[in-house]
Design a protein. Sequence first.
Length: 216
Amino acid sequence: MYTCPLCNESDIQFYWEDKRRQYLQCQCCKLVFVEPSQRLSSEQEKAIYDQHENSPNDEGYRRFLSRIADPLGERIGENKHGLDFGCGPGPALAMMMREQGHLVDLFDLYYYPEIEVLDNRYDFVTATEVIEHLYQPNEVWQQWLKLLKPGAWLGLMTKLVRDVEAFSTWHYKNDQTHVLFFSRATFEYLAERDNLELEFIGNDVILLRKSNHEST
């Protein structure tokens, strides 16, 4: 009946249910996802995003983003060209990476729909608090891999699923724009499948590096 939106496998099992939504889990890549018919419309989704207040000048928000900006900056070297994918209306991470001396392009489906940047190749791509919102994660994942030069870095931030018990009281699932929930096992599956180096930093930062021998 269902196929996994990330790996397209069909071994899907019930995971959890609350008053608003049902959650399923792929037994191949371990992705937990909202039953597709229970997703918001794009209009409903954007209305929630419009309420977010993530200013590039907010020191608290900058501290939050430093958890990815600092380790990524240590790994990519100097004067690199990157893309902040899903940057939102206030692209704070892009500003922070620019302050490190990098050139950073912006893309956001709702706020910076500059599709021409998706034809470029980058030294790094960031997506902070993005991957849990995707309705077509496999398509976007493949797009990210094509955006990366050989040896380039993909930097992600998302909260990780631990187990059903923790999930049942997890605030992160209560945001109706969150429709995908990744675990360490999910990223380990993707890294092995796509020949990526993988590093977890803290509880919600994931760094992946494309092989230097990748020809595409």
